[in-house]
Design a protein. Sequence first.
Length: 283
Amino acid sequence: LRSPLISFEMVPATWNWLPLAKGSALIVKPLCSAVAAGPCGAAAPPPNRFFQNDKGCLRVVVAINLPYTQAMAWDQSDGGKRRSYHHGNLREALVEAALRLIHEKGPAGFTIAEAARVAGVSPAAPYRHFRDRDALMADVAKRGFDDFAGRLKKAWDEGRPKPVAALHRLGAAYLAFAREQPAHYAAMFEAGLCIGDYPELSVASEAAFAVLRGASETLVASLPAEGRPPALMMALHIWSLSHGIASLFARGDKSRRPLPMDPAELLEAAVLIYLDGLGAKRG
């Protein structure tokens, strides 16, 4: 077993040979502090006792029905650095693995088996929580939208002190998210997911857009009565401006294109030109 992370919940009462790389070690941690007896009434070894043969295999004796919650393995050649995994954190471990792979390979550049490998679990383990790779990506995207919506809501702050000034903060928050959370941003907008297939993702996405739509409703109400655009149309226009600049010039990965000015300044200028055309008052 070459993976640095191993997890199991129940261990049968038998001798188990676990193939490990030479120079590796394994510690098994039970929920209880003592083991009463081994198979056929024989005394069981201490919870952390192990035997390694000259072929690099590990032999462990455990008691029947003893619940184990964590196992740790590490390569001694790696300076004794430990990495642990708890089966209760499987979903989190897979999400973190997906974010790492998105950063390295893009949102379409890896399989669910690769995510399992990075998380240090078996290829079958992800299916406890996700039916396929897209379901894993949907979870990553949903978490991203939750964070995104919170940032946008905080930046808008109900349009205080003035709606136009608050809108500029909203745009800056959009760009900051793309810069600071590039993997989440890619999962949200570039993973090729059908959002409607994932109800929780759909709700999270709509919550983020609702902030922008609410801001647009406030701004539209301040425009001259004649020629007011629908609030939804304004929200889509501003979203398109923000997203285009974020994706091209503000993202925090290697896909960002060079720009001879601050992306936030470019977005602010574009929004001002748009609002001026509608007769909005600055400030």
